[in-house]
Design a protein around this ligand. Structure first.
Ligand SMILES: [Zn+2]
Length: 319
C-alpha cells in the first residue's frame, strides 16, 4: 500500500477515482446481481423432484439477528472447494457435498466467483454494475446464501450448467427464475447465480451426516475448544496459543478441507482420517477433531505454545 500511495500522490484526484472504479469493475466482472428484483411482483414458487423452491425477497432470508452484509466472519463457514469464500454454515456444508459429486463428475472443483458479499462489497458491485446489481443491503449474497459459479456453469449451454440444473436441487441449490434465459429482463439472465434454500431432504441429510455435539460455526468451535482446553488443564496462555495455531490452520472450521493436500478439519490432520482414532464422526464433529488435535499436540510438542512456536518457525507453516 505504501508503494501505491506513492504513485497515487502524483495522479490527479479524478484519475484516481477512474482507476479505482476500473479496479472494482474488473474485480466483480460478471458478478452483477439482481437478487430480489422481481420480488415486488410476488414470490414465485416452483417444484423440482418434490423439492419446493420459492424466490423470495432477499430481506425474507434474514437470519441470526444480523443485517444484510454485516455478518461476523466467525458466524460464516469457509467453502471447502474455494477457501477464499464464505457462506452460511449449512449452505457451506451442502455445497461441500455437492462439490464432491461435481468433482467426481468433472475431475475438478466447482469454480466459485463470489459467495458471501459484505455490505461494502455490495456497494462496490452496485457502483460498477448500476441497475443490473442488487441495491446494497438487498442481496442474497449479503446473507451468505447466494453463489456465483464459474468454470462452465456461467454458460447456459455448457455440460457443467446442465449438471447443476439436474443435480443442484438435491443439495438445496437452485437457479432463480429471474436469472433464467427467459428472465423478464434478458440483461439480468445470469447462468452463474445460484441460491441456497435448505429443503427438508437437505436438512435430513445433514442430520444423518452427524450433528456436531457442540460447536458448529467457527466461533462456536472456538468456545468449545476453550472449554476443552480448560478441562485438559491448559492455562489461559496455552489456550491463546492454541487459538492462534488453529486460526492459522483452519479458521476453526471443522469442514476445512485443504485443496492441495488431504489435510482436514480444525487441526488440519493429514490425512483427515487419522482423526478416526478419536471417533468415527471425525468428519463432522468439532469435539472429535479438537480431542484428536489436543492429543496430537500433547504427544508431539507437549503444549500448544511449543506447537505454535514450531508452526511459526516453518514456511510454509506446519506443526
Ligand atoms: Zn450472484
Amino acid at each position: 500500500m505504501v508503494v501505491v500511495a506513492g504513485v497515487v500522490v502524483i495522479l490527479s484526484p479524478l484519475l484516481v477515482v477512474v482507476l479505482l472504479v476500473a479496479v472494482v469493475a474488473s474485480a466483480v466482472d460478471d458478478a452483477a446481481d439482481t437478487d430480489s428484483m422481481y420480488a415486488a411482483a410476488g414470490n414465485v414458487s416452483y417444484s423440482i423432484d418434490g423439492s419446493t423452491f420459492v424466490d423470495v425477497d432477499a430481506n425474507d432470508n434474514a437470519w441470526g439477528g444480523y443485517s444484510n452484509g454485516q455478518i461476523p466472519p466467525g458466524e460464516l463457514c469457509v467453502l471447502a472447494a474455494a477457501p477464499q469464500h464464505r457462506a452460511r454454515c449449512d449452505a457451506s456444508e451442502a455445497f461441500a457435498r455437492m462439490a464432491s459429486e461435481f468433482r467426481a463428475a468433472f475431475g475438478n472443483d466447482i469454480a466459485v466467483t463470489d459467495a458471501y458479499r459484505s455490505y461494502a462489497e455490495q456497494v462496490a458491485t452496485k457502483r460498477a454494475k448500476g441497475y443490473l446489481a442488487a441495491t446494497p443491503g438487498y442481496s442474497n449474497h449479503g446473507w451468505g446464501l447466494a453463489f456465483d459459479l464459474g468454470g462452465g456453469i456461467n454458460d447456459y449451454g455448457s455440460v457443467q450448467y446442465a449438471w447443476m440444473k439436474s443435480n443442484g436441487h438435491r443439495f438445496g441449490f437452485f437457479h432463480p427464475t429471474w436469472a433464467e434465459p427467459s428472465s423478464p429482463d434478458y440483461a439480468k439472465s445470469e447462468p452463474w447465480h445460484w441460491q441456497y434454500v435448505p429443503t427438508a431432504a437437505e436438512a435430513a441429510a445433514q442430520a444423518t451426516h452427524g450433528a456436531p455435539a457442540g460447536g458448529g460455526t467457527p466461533d462456536a468451535n472456538r468456545e468449545l475448544g476453550r472449554s476443552m482446553a480448560t478441562s485438559r488443564g491448559w492455562t489461559a496462555g496455552e489456550w491463546t496459543c492454541l487459538e492462534r495455531l488453529w486460526t492459522g490452520e483452519s479458521g476453526w472450521n471443522h469442514r476445512a478441507d485443504n485443496p492441495s493436500s488431504s489435510a482436514y478439519g480444525i487441526p488440519q490432520s493429514l490425512p483427515g482420517s487419522k482423526m478416526a482414532a478419536a471417533g468415527d464422526d471425525w468428519e463432522t464433529n468439532p469435539a472429535t477433531q479438537i480431542t484428536w488435535g489436543m492429543a496430537y499436540i500433547a504427544d508431539r510438542y507437549g503444549t500448544p505454545c511449543k506447537a505454535l512456536a514450531a508452526w511459526t518457525s516453518r514456511s510454509p507453516h506446519w506443526y
